[in-house]
Design a protein around this ligand. Sequence first.
Ligand code: FPP
Length: 243
Amino acid sequence: MWNELDPDRMPKHVAIIMDGNGRWAKKRLLNRINGHEKGADAVRRIVRTARKLNIATLTLYAFSTENWQRPKAEVSGLMLLLRRFLTSERRTMVDNGIRLNTIGQFDRLPGAVRENLKAGMAATANNTKMVLNLALSYGARAEIVDMVKQMATAAREGKIDPAAVTSEMVSDHLYTRGMPDVDLLIRTSGEMRISNFLLWQIAYAELFFTTTLWPDFGEDEFRQILKAYQNRERRFGSVSPCT
Ligand code: FPP
């Protein structure tokens, strides 16, 4: 069928900037937390779809370093939703071969969230079918600063030769070490920005922007984007084989 996905050409790593929960709520005269609640339902749908389609790594931008500046009630509401998600989805992740991982400033998260995350990561540690990577208190510049600090320290201690630094070594010092680069980046809600997300890892990613607000994002649209991704020609800076 024209819209059938080719299982051999699925992106290995999909990253999503989930945006528009607040606007979704505002349109319905609801409060922002109601929007985030619906956003959490969309997360459940997309995780299931990604697993079903054999996507190996799914990274979701759930909370940025900048999000700490939001009103206290919204931050705690988001943390509560996150804890609920981690508890309610643990069984599904265990049963479906999904390994939970988190990237970002783990130590800045509230103790209860850290405990939920640790429990989820421990319960799913041996799963191999998909990695669900939650970006929490994540910022790409902070990640790059951390990488530079680690590598500079290693160089000072004589463990790294600065002249021999490679891009693979840089990748190995990021929060995403061991994961493939992002193949496909999706942002919902019509904003066309990267907002400090995975700056190094998206170097060759295909970018897709949709005006759909995150709570309305579902399996059909995700499949359409994957189909469009499969129709794009990725050249990685080289030329097409038939030119
Ligand atoms: C953007 O909407 C979304 C966020 C800041 C956080 C994403 C959080 C969720 C999807 C819910 C909980 C997450 C998990 C993993 C269960 P916005 O508030 O910036 O929307 P706006 O731009 O319309 O105001």
